[in-house]
Write a protein that binds this ligand. Sequence first.
Ligand code: ASP
Length: 459
Amino acid sequence: MKVAKFGGSSVANAEQIKKVCSIITADPERRLVVVSAPGKRDAGDIKVTDLLIDCAQQYLKNKSARKELDAVVLRYADIAKDLGLSDEIVEIIRTDLEKRLEADINNPDKLMDTLKAAGEDNCAKLVAEYLCKLGFKAQYINPKDAGLLLSSEYGNAQVLSESYDNLRSLRDQEGIMVFPGFFGYTKEGEVVTFPRGGSDITGSILAAAIDAELYENFTDVDSVFVANPNIIPNPQAISQLTFREMRELAYAGFTVLQSESLSPVFRAGIPVCIKNTNNSSAPGTMIVPTNMLDETSDPDIGPVAGIASDDGFCSINVSKFLMNREIGFGRKLFNILEDEDLSYEHTPSGIDNISVILDQKQLTPDIEKRVIDRITNELKVDDIAVERNLALIIIVGEGMNHTIGIAARATTALANAKVNIEMINQGSSEISMMFGVKSDDTINAVRALYNEFFKATTK
Ligand code: ASP
């Protein structure tokens, strides 16, 4: 049995849903289907999830959101009409949305999640209905009945371990099951959503729970590319990646998969295939456990599998003479960050200095002042400075850890492109190397690394 997840652009309108249904029904193993909420139909369009967020915000402000609610219903009504479904289902969707707005207004986060979840929930009902209309045995699955239990963190929920046992019984169901992505229920029965893009997480949990042979993730690109196509025109496609490579690339800007979504399938050792709904015969990109890597599949790919970049980071640079001899220095520094609820990304260090790289959104002026004062006074440092607007450029590849000279090639390429490297970090797994550069240098840096590691090998 395969789990097939379809993203927002795959269910954006009736034409797309028809493609989705022909993909599902072309393979009898595709029995557990996860859908997102309808996404953008064109570049200027708004995703249903964003319309729902707008609707919830209006309702919380004015206790009424008629116009916003109508905009959501209209999206579904257009789809239902073009799929030839009855008006009745549109009325069911309208009533469902109105009922969600009756949730407790004193708990805005709860109301928001209840509304956000409606996007995928109603989409799953439409897709199931359309499959039935086509004559297939299909049913909508309610995540509550199926036992998808999540932590009570609105907008940021995590799966509870008992969900896996509960969901396993989906294996015994017959026909095609259409499961809404992005949300589940707390033990108290409240609707709660994953972070944005969370339908990928639902698909991954289901694949792990039913021990699927494959988790297919259908999106709107033929494959994962070695670099961002907005920076590098027509970059090389990747036919396979390991989970570790994909995790590093997703973390640093590859948006093709939600970055947390791989964990359940990774732990269960279930391969993932990224495929294109608009070109389903293209082979796509396989993401596999390291021991399932087919060494022969990409003869053109060298030690580096991909280059990712992301910006919006800052660095707190701390130095103190003889820091290396001071027992507890690191712990005290990290305690201060923990007290301020700051999470960090990397900590490159030297003998007498350490830099902590953070997502700069976290470092508001107030927090910055407090952190600097505390580090200065409590750790008696010689120097402390905050550097903002940094980008992280990451080169990733399983082959990097047994290839000599990768760092030399990368730094030479960056130097030739006149990119100043602010910091370098390599994790112990040696499958990735991070370069911190000024945000303004991002494009030059990615191009330089692409030319160094890929251009020469592109057919
Ligand atoms: N519809 C949700 C979002 O836009 C979840 C998803 O599409 O995966 O974030």
